[in-house]
Design a protein around this ligand. Structure first.
Ligand code: ATP
Ligand code: MN
Length: 476
């Protein structure tokens, strides 16, 4: 008989029909009641087995073991579930030694411990919920852009342009390390390398996405990006996924509107499709918060917080206004900030969090940053000092989106590249967009793991990507 998913059985609540279910044992009590999970949903299916089941099989039904069960769906006698399966045939697919099964050895394994056994952590309730939500968000992202007429553009992962993040990129090479070919001046000769030039893993698909936007009007990328920055924080990975829409004819306000509508859409989608998972994660957060001192606890529960983001417009302020708010804040006067605040600085995480969590208590879009702390391609404002940039800051996380209106004027763009020592010869393909039918356009990058963190309430970015890549860590 074809396998029925546990989710379908529990959702339907119908009874008196035969099923085959397959999954992994979560618990087994009184030699009779198996809690079976197949990953299709948070909840387990209760399987009631015959009291005359042979001894050998009974002993093998331990947490982690995999089973195939044929039986009948019946109304449940017990509390906690409406239906259960009365087993007629139980087959052990794979045993699981309880003396060795890592998930069985610790009573309530910590997130840190589970990170060390990331190959097994999907089987816990927490990570089951996190990765089902991650999936839903990924799906909702494609759905949003598809439904809005965007073309999904696959931008390259190996790239020769290092205009954006020189120094933080991972080199891609097939040259021998012990004896690379050298030029007369002793420098490594990358003409001999696989691609005939030095190449790296991409830090962003934006520049290529802009080329697509100049033909399709609206494109987006959704792919892995890599940064070799040595920052061991709860918000940085060396390998992470980014969504980058790029839209012809959009200005900065359109860009903000798109980002806000997009973020609200995917959050709403997750609330509608992963309610059970999110309620579980909300409860997990409540339990975790109980360990914290009162003043550090958040005022809102997870679901409330998400609903709040749907019901309220994001605050929009300029960088200059943000700096003024910080300088006039009680925190500044009491010297609570570790880093200096003055016009021209890059906002530190503590500043961003103050604006979002203490001052506005909602997501904030900060625009018009000083040009000296932003990338060369951002559109220069009339004041000569700022650019049409926008960052979106979220409570508990900080920056989740970085974007801008792009500089579409060839002369201004080239002048800025020169000032920033970016060699134009290597960027001719990019500059061509400004030579052949240039138009105003704008886009942004949303860090996928940061939004997954926000939606699931997970505090550490390592817990929202299946196999995190961070400094000194590339296990599995
Ligand atoms: P941050 O200031 O947080 O380091 P950034 O300014 O370097 O971020 P951008 O270059 O603007 O980030 O990248 C766009 C988005 O990608 C960011 O808003 C963030 O959501 C995400 N992001 C950037 N770096 C990382 C990283 N190392 N790990 C995970 N997500 C990241
Ligand atoms: Mn940024």
């Amino acid at each position: 008989m074809a396998r029925t998913k546990i989710k379908d059985i529990l959702q339907q609540e119908a009874t008196d029909y035969k099923v085959t279910v397959k999954g992994w044992v979560r618990s087994f009590r009184n030699n009779q009641f198996i809690a079976l999970n197949d990953g299709s949903c948070m909840n387990n299916l209760q399987v009631v087995i015959d009291l005359n089941t042979n001894e050998e099989l009974l002993r093998a039904i331990t947490p982690g073991a995999s089973l195939s069960v044929e039986g009948t769906v019946v109304a449940s006698q017990g509390k906690g579930q409406k239906v259960e399966v009365k087993a007629e045939k139980v087959e052990l697919l794979g045993a699981c030694d309880p003396e060795k099964y890592p998930l069985q050895l610790k009573n309530k394994p910590s997130l840190e411990y589970l990170r060390e056994i990331a190959h097994l952590r999907f089987r816990t309730n927490t990570f089951g919920a996190v990765f089902r939500v991650r999936h839903t968000l990924a799906y909702a992202i494609h759905k949003f852009y598809n439904d809005n007429g965007f073309v999904y553009l696959h931008t390259p992962i190996v790239t020769a342009s290092d205009a954006e993040g020189a120094g933080e990129m991972f080199r891609v090479t097939t040259l021998p390390f012990d004896n690379p070919p050298r030029m007369e001046d002793g420098k490594i000769d990358f003409k001999e390398d696989f691609f005939g030039k030095a190449t790296n893993l991409t830090v962003s698909g934006q520049l290529e996405a802009e080329l697509g936007a100049m033909a399709f009007g609206e494109v987006y990328t959704f792919g892995p990006t890599f940064r070799a920055e040595n920052s061991n924080t709860t918000r940085h990975l060396a390998e992470f996924w980014m969504i980058e829409p790029e839209v012809a004819f959009n200005d900065l306000t359109d860009n903000m509107d798109l980002a806000e509508r997009f973020i609200q859409y995917i959050i709403r989608y997750a609330l509608e499709h992963n309610r059970e998972d999110l309620e579980f994660l909300a409860q997990r957060l409540v339990d975790e918060e109980k360990q914290k001192p009162q003043q550090e606890r958040s005022e809102m529960g997870l679901i409330e917080k998400l609903q709040f983001v749907l019901d309220n417009k994001f605050e929009r302020i300029t960088y200059t206004e943000g700096v003024e708010i910080l300088i006039n804040s009680p925190a500044y006067k009491k010297k609570k900030f570790q880093y200096e605040v003055k016009w021209g600085i890059d906002l530190q995480s503590e500043h961003e969090r103050y604006l979002v969590e203490k001052h506005f208590k909602k997501p904030v879009i900060v625009t018009d940053y000083p040009k000296d702390i932003k990338a060369f391609y951002m559109r220069q404002n009339e004041d000569g000092k700022t650019v049409a940039a926008m960052d979106i800051l979220a409570p508990g996380i900080g920056e989740i989106v970085g974007g801008s209106q792009r500089e579409e004027r060839l002369d201004k763009l080239m002048q800025r590249m020169e000032e920033m020592h970016i060699p134009a010869e290597e960027m001719e393909w990019y500059l061509d967009t400004r030579r052949f039918g240039t138009v105003p356009h704008a886009g942004f990058g949303l860090g996928f793991e940061r939004i997954v963190q926000f939606v699931t309430g997970m505090g550490n970015i390592r817990d929202v990507i299946p196999f995190p890549r961070t400094p000194k860590n590339a296990e599995f």
